[in-house]
Design a protein around this ligand. Structure first.
Ligand code: CS2
Length: 467
């Protein structure tokens, strides 16, 4: 079977770019071309180009991997996304990616691109741990490996923030306008956070540069949502059968997709509303809802699954006692939310239960369980602080925390940038040593006897149950 390329003749049932791809020129750089980006922002851009064609082709950059960029180039930027929602699979071939590069191999090309006036937006999906910040302050962490390296040698950046700052510094020197930075990672107030980190790094380099970014730079926040399991050999086999070509980059995802974006760009943007994106003045209520209801429940499901030997989210959702836990967690998380414009929270929660249970999604619990130190602060600890402050019930959050600690005890060393510190805390016994890890738990939790006791009780109950 031939490999997918612009020459492939696709079967009639496969959706394809509804615009002249040959006329598409680069207008955006995307850092982090993993599955999530390819099944989310790239598809919104495809839809935007079909409705309002413009110079908005995406050049994809991978921070670490070299394989994805190579595969993207080998397929002329094309890849397929299958939507799987039980009844039927449907496939589309996405055309908005027009080139790709691996940052570790082509740093000079990347920096030239970031300085190209045609590039007006830089989007990012690099995962929580790649930004390098202290979750207790939201400020740059100068000891984070990529941040430390980029502070030492700013003109050869290796990390996300270093690349943004060096790109902006070169544009400042060339008297060009800055690019808009659009963060698409699961972090609270993600635009504001990245702006702070960029300014922190710029200030350490050059005060006038920082002042220029503060005045002219734009960092809209955005809430992104789509469940995209890591692709497997089965995914690729299914894609080959549907599109009639080999596609190393094939993905499968659910039908649901959401993107809420703050309308605040330096110089235009694609018509992403054509793909269903919602533009609002304040994204934070949507982010909080998603982080606490979807991602918080996801972490609960992941640790339950890992401790009970259940490989997929759908397997956890097949056990009624676990589903009851998920519903109770959502109840507690919803109590910490303000009303979200245009969203019926009860319907949103019911829809989440159905999405998690989708039998066609092989979403691995081990994938969600990783990087707990980077995920739990916004998913679990922040709502716990608010629940405690308002005299509400933080027990559901204490339970997920205890599950995570039990997971560290049972499965360690875990996949987490702070794995060594977690292992050291675990070896001391009990839950108390974890509260001494710097910047992990908010002070309000570390100093709350109620919270610490609840976590300790759940933790020892899990141990007694052999978990
Ligand atoms: C998941 C998310 O891996 C994880 O931690 O909770 O990737 C989740 O699938 C997405 O945020 C869904 O939009």
């Amino acid at each position: 079977m031939e490999r997918l390329s612009p020459k492939t003749v696709l079967p009639a049932h496969v959706l394809r770019p509804a615009y002249d791809r040959a006329a598409l020129t680069p207008g955006m750089v995307h850092i982090g071309i993993g599955a999530f980006h390819r099944a989310h922002q790239a598809i919104y851009t495809d839809a935007a180009l079909a409705v309002e064609f413009g110079p908005w082709g995406i050049v994809g950059v991978s921070l670490r991997s070299t394989a994805i960029a190579q595969d993207m180039r080998a397929q002329g930027g094309l890849y397929s996304v299958m939507t799987r929602d039980g009844d039927a699979d449907s496939a589309r071939v996405v055309g908005s990616e027009i080139d790709a590069l691996a940052a570790t191999q082509e740093r000079a090309r990347l920096l030239a691109l970031l300085t190209d006036p045609a590039i007006r937006i830089v989007t990012l999906t690099v995962s929580e741990k790649a930004y390098g910040f202290d979750p207790s302050t939201g400020r740059l962490d100068p000891t984070h490996p990529a941040v430390a390296a980029d502070l030492a040698t700013p003109d050869t950046p290796t990390g996300a923030i270093g690349m943004l700052v060096e790109g902006l510094a070169r544009r400042h020197a060339a008297e060009l306008p800055p690019f808009t930075v659009l963060c698409c990672d699961n972090l609270p107030a993600n635009g504001r956070l990245v702006r702070r980190l960029v300014l922190d790094m710029a200030e350490r380099r050059d005060a006038p540069l920082a002042a220029w970014i503060a005045e002219k730079g734009r960092f809209p926040s955005s809430m992104v949502d789509r469940i995209v399991p890591a692709a497997t050999d089965e995914t690729r086999a299914r894609a080959a059968a549907l599109i009639g070509a080999q596609d190393t980059l094939a993905l499968e995802t659910e039908a649901f997709s959401q993107w809420v974006i703050e309308e605040d760009f330096v110089d235009g943007r694609p018509a992403w509303e054509a793909g269903g994106a919602l533009f609002v003045a304040d994204v934070e209520p949507y982010e909080k809802m998603k982080l606490r209801l979807l991602n918080g429940s996801h972490s609960l499901i992941a640790y339950l699954g890992q401790l009970h030997g259940l490989d997929h989210v759908r397997d956890v959702m097949a056990v009624p006692a676990h589903v009851a836990r998920v519903r109770a967690h959502m109840e507690a998380a919803a109590a910490t939310l303000d009303p979200v414009p245009g969203i019926d929270l009860a319907a949103y929660r019911a829809q989440l239960v159905a999405r998690f249970a989708n039998p066609a999604m092989a979403h691995r619990t081990v994938q969600i369980a990783m990087d707990g130190t980077q995920k739990l602060p916004q998913r679990i600890f922040a709502p716990a602080v608010e629940a405690l402050a308002s005299g509400g019930d933080a027990d559901a959050f204490a339970y997920v925390t205890a599950l995570w600690l039990a997971y560290v005890r049972r499965m360690g060393p875990v996949n987490d940038p702070r794995a060594a510190e977690l292992a050291a805390a675990e070896s001391e016994g009990g839950s108390a040593p974890f509260f001494a890890l710097p910047g992990l738990f908010p002070a309000q939790l570390v100093t709350s006897t109620d919270w610490r006791q609840r976590v300790a009780l759940h933790f020892s109950a899990l141990e007694a149950a052999g978990r």
